[in-house]
Ligand binder design. Structure first.
Ligand code: ADP
Ligand code: MG
Length: 357
């Protein structure tokens, strides 16, 4: 009986682990990804993102656990039988072949009939808006155009799963933003299931339907961009996702009040231990003149153009407020700040794990 792959998860990992000898690189990875999802694996350099992608592709064997693609167990299968297509950071195009030949190369090897091959090349090139470049050689293309050709080679395969490993990191900042929008459009148009690796939290936030945050080979949190940003599972996620990052301030709970240095905040404290870490996003601190929650002395003011970052000391750490407009960078007089309602996050003082009240 044929399985209806439409209702099967695009990807499922169960207790996946990977070691190189005694070095554990991935531990107990459990991911379930729906059809058509754009799943982003994000984390700092060396956390195991590429290793996980290579395990999914079958370029690396796994040490424990299992892997299913489209509802089919592929743990023991070689890459060519997994029905995946991969786009790498360094996309080597064949320099002596035209764009069309580069895109069609895989089909030529598989002896796809010429008419069918040409139609597919044209379809994909049109989708990628490089149909006017089909006769050119890679040396006659810009970096962004070359990256599109590399994506074209993956797209012609119509695989069950696309795997992208930092495909934009070789491009300059402006081109990255353009190609990011392009990849998002491509996903919307094709409805493809994509696993996308990046260390860039903005890329993760803007592209993902769901994000997997990794640190040192462990999953920290899996959730929609909104969930990850609004309710980070721990201080690592709170710090990693967001720029400037969430402020994390040590505090104590005394007489049912939240105390940081000599500041006492009116905040819900029921259910909190005596010592906590308080998380506040920089944009949840606002300038107020009437009954501010905090009176602070600016230690540094940075104007970025559209907004400014006002830094001050609280609870022994530097805290940043992200304010609209501009401020005099020499401003050192006290400033009143309000905390947006419901903006406080609480984390365990020792482990950094989120505390939900
Ligand atoms: P990321 O892509 O998140 O930057 P990687 O998956 O490339 O990280 O690497 C994760 C960890 O695994 C790193 O500490 C790296 O040194 C280690 N690693 C990767 N490949 C090997 C290997 N072949 N042998 C030993 N260690 C490896
Ligand atoms: Mg990598």
């Amino acid at each position: 009986m044929a399985l209806d792959s439409g209702v099967q998860p695009a990807l499922e990992t169960r207790g996946l682990a990977k070691s190189y000898g005694a070095v554990e690189v991935l531990r107990d990875i459990n991911i379930e990804m729906g059809q058509g999802e754009f799943l982003v694996l994000v984390g700092p350099s060396g956390c195991g993102k590429s290793t996980l992608l290579n395990c999914i592709a079958g370029l690396e064997g796994i040490t424990a656990g299992s892997l299913m693609i489209g509802g089919r167990e592929v743990t023991q299968e070689p890459p060519k039988d997994r029905d995946i297509a991969m786009v790498f950071q360094s996309y080597a195009l064949y320099p002596t072949m035209s764009v069309a030949e580069n895109i069609g190369f895989g089909m030529k090897i598989r002896r796809v009939p010429k008419a069918q091959m040409d139609a597919k090349i044209m379809e994909v090139a049109t989708l990628l808006q490089i149909d006017h470049l089909l006769d050119r050689n890679p040396s006659q293309l810009s970096g962004g155009q070359r990256q599109r050709v590399a994506m074209g080679r993956a797209l012609v395969r119509d695989p069950k799963l696309f795997l992208f490993d930092e495909p934009l990191s070789n491009l300059d900042a402006k081109l990255r933003v353009e190609m990011r929008a392009e990849i998002k459009r491509l996903h919307k148009t094709t409805g493809a299931s994509i696993v996308y690796v990046t260390h860039d939290q903005i890329e993760a936030m803007t592209l993902a339907s769901r994000i997997v945050v990794l640190k040192g080979g462990d999953v920290q949190q899996i959730g929609t961009p909104q969930e990850i940003y609004d309710r980070p599972a721990n201080t690592f996620v709170a710090d990693f996702m967001g720029s400037p990052p969430m402020n994390i301030i040590p505090a104590t709970v005394e007489a049912q009040k939240l105390v940081m240095d000599d500041v006492t905040l009116p905040a819900p404290t029921i259910g909190l231990p005596d010592k906590v870490q308080v998380g506040i996003r920089p944009e949840h601190l606002t300038l107020v003149s009437v009954t501010p929650d905090l009176h602070v002395k600016p230690t540094m003011i940075e104007n970025t153009g559209a907004e400014c970052y006002l830094n001050f000391q609280l609870g022994g750490v530097t805290v940043t407020a992200r304010l609209p407009g501009r401020m005099d960078e020499d401003h050192t007089e006290m400033v009143g700040l309000g905390i947006a309602p419901g903006a406080l996050n609480f984390f365990d003082a020792g482990t950094g794990t989120r505390i939900d009240l």
